[in-house]
Design a protein around this ligand. Structure first.
Ligand code: SAM
Length: 295
C-alpha cells in the first residue's frame, strides 16, 4: 500500500479519483473473479449470483437470500420499463442469473463478460434453464463492443460491473452507440467515496479504482448525450448484505490483519470494509434514455 498515490484526473471532462502505483500491479478483473476465495464466497453466500439483494429498509434477518436476489432483479426489470420481445445487452453478466431472469420476463438477451469462467457458468445457467433461444453470449470487453452494430439494442443494463470500468466514458459511449433512439440504459451500481489509503487499496485490489464522486454518473451520462436521467437510491435496501459480509468476515479479517495476510483475501477485506464504511457510499439505480431523433 505504501506506493499508492491518489490522483484526481479529468476523464471526458469529469473529475474522477484514480490510484496510481508504479511498483504494484493491480489485479485484473479476471484475476479478481477467478480466485478460489471469490469463487467459493459467491457460491456459498450468494448461490453463485454476483449482485446485491433488495430488502425492505430496516431488515435485520436477510434470509432467504434468494428471494431478495429475485427482488433486485425484479427492480431492474421494472426500471428498464421496456416491452417483452425487446433486444437487450447484459454487459458484465457474471454467471447469467440476471440474464435468465430477464429472458423469463420475455426479453431477448445478449450477454458479454470479460471473465472466461463466468461465460462458462453463464452458458451452463442458460442451458440448464433451457433459455438458449432467448440468450446468446460471448466473451468480451464492454470497452470494445465493435462487433455490435449501431442502434442494434432496445436496452442495455449493467448490474454491478460498471464499477470495474477503466475508461467509464468510453464504455458509456459504446452503450450509447449500441442503443436505438429512445433506447434505455440502466446501471445498478455502487458508488464509493472512499478516501483513506486503506480504502483506496481495497478498491485497487478489487479492480474498482474508478471511484466516482457522487453525481458523476449523472454528469457522465449527460455528457455522453443521454437524457431523462433518473436515480433511485437503494443503499438502505442492500445494507443487510453488507452487514452479513461485515459480521461473517470480521473475525477472519481481524486474524488476517494480525498476520498481514488481509490483502491476500480481497473479498473478505472488501466485504468487511464496505460494511464499516457503508455511510461513505451509496448503491444506486440510474436510468437514462438515448434521445429519439424524431422528437
Ligand atoms: C459483480 S459481477 C456482476 C455479475 C452480474 N452482472 C450479476 O449481477 O450477477 C461483475 C462482472 O462484470 C464483469 N466485467 C468486469 N469488467 C468487465 C468488462 N470490461 N467487460 C465485460 N465484463 C466485465 C466481470 O467479469 C464480472 O462477471
Amino acid at each position: 500500500m505504501g506506493g499508492c498515490l491518489r490522483q484526481d484526473v479529468m476523464q471526458g471532462g469529469v473529475l474522477i479519483a484514480v490510484m496510481t502505483n508504479k511498483s504494484v500491479t493491480t489485479p485484473s478483473v479476471q484475476e479478481y473473479y477467478s480466485s478460489l476465495e471469490s469463487r467459493l464466497g459467491y457460491w456459498l453466500l450468494l448461490g453463485n449470483a454476483r449482485h446485491c439483494e433488495y430488502w425492505p429498509p430496516g431488515t435485520l434477518w436477510p434470509f432467504p437470500i434468494g428471494c431478495a436476489q429475485r427482488d433486485m432483479e425484479e427492480k431492474l426489470w421494472e426500471r428498464l420499463g421496456i416491452e417483452k420481445g425487446s433486444k437487450v445487452l447484459d454487459a458484465g453478466a457474471g454467471s447469467g442469473k440476471v440474464a435468465s431472469y430477464m429472458a423469463h420476463k420475455g426479453l431477448i438477451i445478449e450477454v458479454v463478460d470479460l471473465t472466461p469462467l463466468h461465460v462458462q457458468q453463464a452458458r451452463r445457467t442458460i442451458r440448464d434453464r433451457k433459455l438458449e433461444h432467448k440468450v446468446s453470449m460471448r466473451l468480451g470487453d464492454y470497452h470494445d463492443l465493435a462487433d455490435f452494430n449501431n442502434g442494434s439494442f432496445d436496452g442495455v443494463y449493467t448490474m454491478e460491473t460498471f464499477v470495474h470500468a477503466d475508461e467509464s466514458m468510453k464504455v458509456l459511449q459504446n452503450f450509447y452507440r449500441l442503443l436505438r433512439p429512445a433506447g434505455v440504459l440502466l446501471l445498478h451500481e455502487a458508488e464509493f467515496h472512499w478516501d483513506s489509503p486503506l480504502l483506496q487499496e481495497v478498491l485497487r485490489l478489487s479492480h474498482c479504482q474508478n471511484t466516482l464522486k457522487q453525481g458523476s454518473y449523472e454528469d457522465m451520462l449527460r455528457q455522453t448525450g443521454f437524457t431523462d436521467i433518473t436515480v433511485e437510491n437503494y443503499t438502505d435496501n442492500v445494507l443487510p448484505l453488507w452487514r452479513l459480509f461485515g459480521v461473517i468476515g470480521s473475525v477472519p479479517y481481524g486474524a488476517m490483519r494480525l498476520f498481514d495476510l488481509d490483502k491476500r483475501f480481497t473479498n473478505v477485506m472488501t466485504g468487511v470494509e464496505a460494511y464499516r464504511h457503508w455511510t461513505q457510499g451509496r448503491y444506486i439505480s440510474i436510468r437514462a434514455v438515448k434521445p429519439d431523433s424524431r422528437d
